[in-house]
Design a protein around this ligand. Structure first.
Ligand SMILES: CNc1nc2cc(C(N)=O)ccc2[nH]1
Ligand SMILES: [Zn+2]
Length: 369
């Protein structure tokens, strides 16, 4: 039996309503995955994540390999038990982190040699190792080890990089043997339509449980990002999950759903929260602003979350300016609640066949405060 089952429940244009059954529970799609890099979604407890509607979180293979080590986590019962989260977990393969955290990395056919960002020790991760690490962690969904093609890249570089990613994907599939864990392929190809189309076709030929689009949100212009999504989604099997990695702003999420994607992850709601940048139904709000010094209103009157029901903008501004730990906690709680509620609204709009009007209304009411 496959580790996951995806059911396409309804389409509204290219937008899809689906359900994804995993060994750790069911996920309604489109879904946003809070990022829990080091086995924690920073500043949140699993109970709080559950309360705001998080149904799957992401953890980073590279970080957990470096510290505390995947074998330690395996010995202690796997990642779910280690972090007290019993819903689904998706682990990325480490490819992106190795490339983004290690200037001195060396890419060969065999794999990637790099220095730990913590102690400078030398390591080599091959596709087979990335699979073994994720099997030890016990995530519900593992990702193939890929090269996230940098931006900008020449067509020739992007072609060679994509071809390496395909060869690595084949090796990942051959090495993967954990039956209760799904494995997703990652489409690369830079900003080039012919390469993206080749990458998608080659990965579908190999055959995976779902497909991600990588190599985006790497500094490219929005029209490149949206173009790659448009070229790629139709080439991926309609009856399997489509995940675009590292996306994105609330606007990006709406646009990616509109183009046929089901799964998303981004550090934006959690990272921006710690910097005082809050997301609302009318745009972004910088809680540091002097305008909020005596504002007794909630962050977002349209948000029903615990933070918006119990704390004022004035208090959140005070916490942030005072460097209080509670500032990170409450800001993160609200931002994730906003993202997860946005996804619930998107699912409801697709279910009613009204996603087009939802999309128009959503963009019409956004401006930065
Ligand atoms: C934040 N941007 C982002 N781009 C990504 C690309 C990949 C990838 N594997 O190409 C993974 C994570 C990513 N996060
Ligand atoms: Zn709120």
């Amino acid at each position: 039996m496959a580790a996951i089952q995806f059911r396409l429940l309804k389409q509204d244009g290219a937008a899809r309503l689906g359900s994804l059954t995993t060994p750790h529970g069911l996920i309604e799609t489109p879904i946003f995955m809070p990022v829990g890099t080091q086995a924690t979604v920073k500043a949140m407890t699993p109970e709080e994540l559950d309360a705001i509607g998080a149904r799957i979180i992401l953890a980073n293979t590279y970080h957990l390999y470096i510290r505390p080590g995947h074998e330690l986590i395996r010995r202690l019962g796997g990642l779910h038990r280690f972090m007290h989260w019993d819903r689904p977990i998706l682990t990325d393969s480490g490819g992106f982190q190795v490339f983004s955290l290690n200037e001195l990395r060396k890419i060969t056919e065999e794999g990637v040699r790099f220095q730990s960002h913590l102690d400078g020790s030398y390591h080599t991760i091959r596709p087979e190792d990335a699979v073994a690490i994720q099997e030890a962690l016990g995530s519900d969904i593992a990702m193939c080890f890929d090269e996230c093609t940098p931006y900008p890249a020449t067509h020739d570089y992007a072609r060679r990089s994509m071809e390496l990613t395909t060869r690595w994907a084949r090796r990942c599939k051959d090495a993967h043997s954990r039956g209760d864990q799904a494995l997703f392929g990652i489409v690369q190809g830079g900003m080039y339509r012919d390469l993206r189309e080749r990458s998608a076709a080659e990965l579908v030929e190999i055959g995976f449980d779902g497909y991600a689009v990588g190599g985006l949100s790497v500094g490219e212009e929005k029209e490149h990002m949206y173009g790659v999504m448009e070229w790629t989604a139709p080439l991926l099997p309609a009856d399997q999950p489509r995940y675009v990695m590292g996306i994105g702003t609330p606007e990006d999420l709406v646009e990616a759903v509109w183009r046929g994607f089901d799964m998303f992850d981004c550090v934006m709601p959690t990272r921006n929260a710690r910097n005082g940048m809050l997301f609302t139904s009318f745009g972004r709000l910088n809680i540091k602003g002097a305008a909020y010094a005596e504002d007794q209103g909630p962050v977002d009157p349209a948000c029903g979350c615990y933070v918006c029901r119990n704390y004022s903008r004035a208090y959140l501004r005070h916490l942030y300016r005072s460097g209080e730990i509670l500032a990170s906690r409450l800001n993160t709680y609200h931002n994730l609640a906003y993202y997860l509620d946005l996804m619930a609204q998107i699912r409801a709009a697709i279910a009613e066949g009204k996603f087009d009007s939802f999309r128009r209304e959503f963009h019409g009411r956004r401006e930065t405060q």
